[in-house]
Design a protein around this ligand. Structure first.
Ligand SMILES: C[S@@+](CC[C@H](N)C(=O)[O-])C[C@H]1O[C@@H](n2cnc3c(N)ncnc32)[C@H](O)[C@@H]1O
Length: 262
């Protein structure tokens, strides 16, 4: 159709305007079983990847008063974009000292509801707030966070450039953007095994645990469609970030991207 912009939803081509709704359906469907699925699909490895992200965030250490921002005098504030059920947020507040505050922003009310329940159970409802919002159009003022993270979220966002520009806008000068995302396995032999596992095993586990095979078929397809780390690093740079770098982990299964607002 003339003038219609398309994008991909997994292997399917869909109108750009439809992608967010399709992504939302996936996470409505899997929200209750999302964390269990992460453990099952990754054999627990997602915990190590998220720990590497938290190390890079470098929240103010425990046992000391919270680090105050040198200019604003406010405690360390982190925005976890597409933060879903709060996994990254909880790790940051557990690693950080008093005063560490995390805002989880996610578009999906069901993922956020699971996150709020988990925060109450863990006693983190003071330190972590859950807010509904679209990464492409953040409901926060300019320069309001010391760090912005996004874990396994960016590939679900229809207009990635807009989300990167928004992350840059809400960061304070000197703040860091960190993005954990699936990447592409480059080790010969491991790549074929990974492909086999992704396309044959993951959708079956998804079917057994969540009753939604399609959702996990989308997740593995969307990994394949996501730009390779050097291309994604260029997108981060184009959004205005400096000293952009990435580190591949687990034979390239995931990459941790970093950029600074300078
Ligand atoms: C694979 S989950 C990742 C959740 C969490 N970061 C983690 O690592 O466990 C992807 C999340 O991205 C969210 N998401 C998708 N599109 C979004 C958007 N445009 N803005 C904000 N969140 C979005 C989904 O609702 C979902 O919670």
């Amino acid at each position: 159709m003339a003038g219609r912009e398309d994008t991909h939803f997994g292997e399917k081509t869909v109108p750009l305007a439809d992608k967010q709704g399709l992504v939302d359906d996936v996470f409505h469907s899997v929200a209750r079983r999302y964390d269990l699925m992460n453990d099952l699909m990754s054999g627990g490895l997602h915990r190590a990847w998220k720990d590497a992200l938290v190390t890079a965030v470098n929240p103010p250490p425990k046992g000391r008063p919270g680090r105050l921002h040198e200019k604003t005098g406010k405690p360390f504030a982190l925005l976890d974009l597409a933060g879903g059920t709060g996994d990254v947020a909880f790790r940051v507040v557990e690693a950080g000292g008093a005063g560490t505050r995390v805002t989880v922003c996610d578009i999906n009310a069901d993922m956020l509801a699971v996150g709020r329940e988990r925060a109450r159970e863990r006693g983190h409802d003071e330190a972590v707030s859950f807010e509904q919002g679209n990464a492409e159009e953040l409901p926060y003022p300019d320069r309001s966070f010391d760090c912005v993270t996004i874990a396994f979220g960016i590939r679900n966002v229809p207009r990635i450039e807009r989300a990167l520009a928004e992350a840059h806008r809400v960061l304070r000068i000197g703040g860091r953007f960190l993005c954990l995302e699936f990447s592409s396995v480059t080790v010969p032999g491991v790549d074929a095994l990974y492909e086999l596992y992704s396309f044959n095993v993951i959708p079956r586990i998804g079917q057994a645990i969540t009753g939604d095979r399609e959702a996990y078929q989308y997740l593995v397809e969307s990994i394949r469609k996501f730009p390779k780390p050097p291309a994604f690093a260029k997108m981060i740079e184009a959004a205005g970030f400096r000293r952009v770098s990435f580190k591949s982990m687990t034979a390239g299964v995931v990459a941790l991207h970093s950029g600074w607002k300078l």
